[in-house]
Design a protein around this ligand. Sequence first.
Ligand code: AMP
Length: 676
Amino acid sequence: MSDWEEEYSATEIQQPKKTQAGTPWVPQGRQRYSTQGTIEETHRGSGSRAQGWQGRGGWSHRPDESSWRDVEQPREHRANSSSGWTREFRSRDYSRDPTNCPMSFRLDSSLIGMVIGRGGSKIKELEELSGARIKIVKEDNDSEVKIFGSNEQQDKAKGLINGIIERQQKGTDFEYKNNRSNDPPNMGTSVSVSGKPMIDWTSLRENKEKYEAIKWADMPPIAKAFYKESPTITSWAQVEVKKWRKENNNIICDDLKEDGKRPIPNPVQNFQDAFYPFPEVMSALKIAGFEKPTPIQSQAWPIILQGIDLIGIAQTGTGKTLAYLLPGFIHLDLQPIPRNQRDGPGMLVLAPTRELALQVQAECSKYKYKGFESMCVYGGGDRKSQINVVTKGVDIIIATPGRLHDLQMNNFVNLRSITYLVLDEADRMLDMGFEPQIMKILIDIRPDRQTVMTSATWPDGVRRLSKSYLKDPMMVYVGTLDLAAVNTVQQQVLVIPEEEKRAFTLHFIDSLKPDDKVIIFVGKKLIADDLSSDFSLQGIPVQCLHGNREQCDREQALDDFKKGKVRILVATDLASRGLDVHDVTHVFNFDFPRNIEEYVHRVGRTGRAGRTGESITLVTRKDWRVSAELINILERANQEVPPELMEMAGRYEEFKKKKDGERDMVPRKGRWRNDH
Ligand code: AMP
């Protein structure tokens, strides 16, 4: 039995009298909750004041703090100060602040479940967040909520409860109205001639659209188009534009709108071309000290600033974060509803890992555009403090899908106000199994938003995602669509027996120069721990990064490495994407990665921001499956291919042929497969 249930049954509460008609007793003069369950009056404040901030959810500050500090005593307390149940409460010390009277209000019983949560989990959380004690007395139609504690604690708890109900109602109001309609919509079933119910898909689709329209009917309009093409860009000849794209990482663009292609805007050549109407963006870029846009930025900015959805196929390190952040800032700033009147965040960036999320947030904070507040929501971080910040109200949320979905499910975050959505590294999010959470998160985000998706690769899953969640997007590929070979990195491959790997690694570390910085990639968390403790024992300062470490340790490891306190980071593929450490000189692949995509991502951790880098990759016999693909990558990047790797690929090819031959010789249903 949950906390609140125990208290309920253990406390002898004098039940309110019922009227003859069976309706619950309501103290004289007390306002009841509305039919939609909004709290209309609390006993510590006047109805009008309570309504003053009700409807604003937990997002806004109350206009008048003192309105909750009304000296009025709870009605029950005043009316029944000598009654049994009031004394009972006091004597049982339910209050966190025994000198203070409880705040009390009534709530539609149908809403109580939301406040209590499964197994009382929500109420515990509310208590933890507010520091107050919450007690619920369930009755037939409406229930009584009592909040014990200091005035501040009571207010906080009340605010959280109000926020939950507010957000829930915003999300479900359309169902509520329809359920009560005299003319319920056809739910898509009819009876066939045989008498069996048939699903009427057309009607279902129509109803879905109808519900969607009702669900989003009260949303304010969105402004999306902010681009003013500069005259120099307009007059740029198309042959020149083509040439420019070819020379800048071989940019390829496409319009995925199905009915009627639109012209792809010309890329911008400098920051001024894109942002001349926005002086604040220009000064932020000046502070950052960048010379000119990266190729993805040149092509993405004119598209996004026109309000068109974008798919950017680009890896980390190409400047993709600023490609979506700067237009996002402008979008947020220029919405028709002023910032202080919105009841939630305007921009959401979904990212696969905490590291990437934190990196995006760092980039957001660096520009401090118009004082926009951003916050990072990720699993492993302190949930309570994340809830505290998110319920206070921020402009931009950068989140990993799991934790955000958790906050969404528990009504701690309002996603309906989001008008600019980014799915960063979509391929990685899918690899990590986040698709169900992403789908659930997107249900609560208005469909007419602007969406930007980035991905390093373009597999089927990402195509599917883009089809479902982007509207008539344009696409910008930086590099080729398949794996771009890393041209700025000198790649060496060494075929070596497994048992010699450690000795070789030590030899490699001994050969490092004082300014060198290296990430040693391993396949397993255990090996990461083992190798780094081995190095530490030998007096080599290292840090270690993998998913089993506490978040604070992971952040510390990264920080030490970034700041150069240690020059060696032993890491799993957690660090293969998204990590932006400019001065990594070497990537050392102690274990070959699971697949060739991961190899490219790992190698891309060096040779960043115009620098060159080196990668050393140890390959053992067990890696022979990927040898041919590795040769392909090396050849495309004009790198040396060791003869041992060639031999290995040849052997694997023969082995495969032999295996395929054997399989073909296996009799199937009495016949030989190759017997036709
Ligand atoms: P990203 O691909 O977003 O991870 O960016 C990689 C790094 O490039 C980040 O540290 C950015 O601050 C930096 N960066 C972004 N835009 C530019 C630019 N136009 N010129 C030089 N560096 C940039």
